[in-house]
Design a protein around this ligand. Sequence first.
Ligand SMILES: Cc1cc2nc3c(=O)[nH]c(=O)nc-3n(C[C@H](O)[C@H](O)[C@H](O)COP(=O)(O)O)c2cc1C
Length: 211
Amino acid sequence: MMRILHIDSSPMLQVSSSRKLSQALIDAICQRYPDATVIARDLGRNPPPHLREETFLALTGKIEASNEQTRKEVSDIYSAIRELNDCDALVIGAPMINHSVSSALKTWIDQVCQARMTFRFTPEGAQGLVKNKPTFIVSTRGGVYSSEESRAMDHQESYLISTLKLMGIEDVHVLPAEGVDKTHPGREQAEKGALAQIPDLLSYVFNKSIR
Ligand SMILES: Cc1cc2nc3c(=O)[nH]c(=O)nc-3n(C[C@H](O)[C@H](O)[C@H](O)COP(=O)(O)O)c2cc1C
C-alpha cells in the first residue's frame, strides 16, 4: 500500500495555487494507486515552532527536557521524521517567498534535517539516512526565473532539492508554475499549464521507480 506524505506550506489559505496544484497531484497519484493513504500536513495553517536550543539539546540527548513545551516539540520532531521515513511518496507544495521557501517550510526542514537521524557525517562526506522515494515539489512563484541572471535568485527549488538530497531523497521532480501572482492574469494560465503536465510527470516517475 502506497503511503503519501502531503505537505503544503503557503501562508495563503484562501487563494493558494500551490495548494490547488499539490492537491491535484495527490488526486492523480491516488487515481493511479487507489489503495494509497495520504497524511496531510498543512504547515501554512499550522506552522511548526522555530527550533529552540533546549529542544535541540533534548532531542540530541544532551539534556533532559525541563518542561512540557520542550517535550512536545521533541515529540513533534520525532513524528515529523517518522512521517518522512515512512512515506513511499512525498508531495511538497512550495511557493517562493522572498526568493526562498516559506518560513513554515524552512522550519519543517529544520525539524527533519537532523544529524544521526536523517543524515550522518562520514569521512567521505554527508550521507542520507532516509529511503529515497518519488518526491514532487510543486513550485509556484510570482515571477519568472528562467534567465541566467534570475536563476541565481532562486533559493527555493535549489534549497529544497539540496536539503532533500542531504537526507537521501534524490528522486525529486519539480512541477513548476511561474508567473503566479494575485494581480496577474497569468495565475490561471500558470495553473492550467502545471495541471496539464501532471499525467506525463506521473507516468515518467512511477513507471520507472515502482514496478
Ligand atoms: C510575502 C510574499 C513574498 C513573495 N516573494 C516572492 C518572490 O521573492 N519571488 C516571486 O517570484 N514571487 C514571490 N511571491 C509570490 C508567490 O510566490 C506566489 O504568489 C505564490 O507562489 C503562489 O502560491 P500560493 O498561491 O500557494 O501562495 C511572494 C508572495 C508573498 C505573499
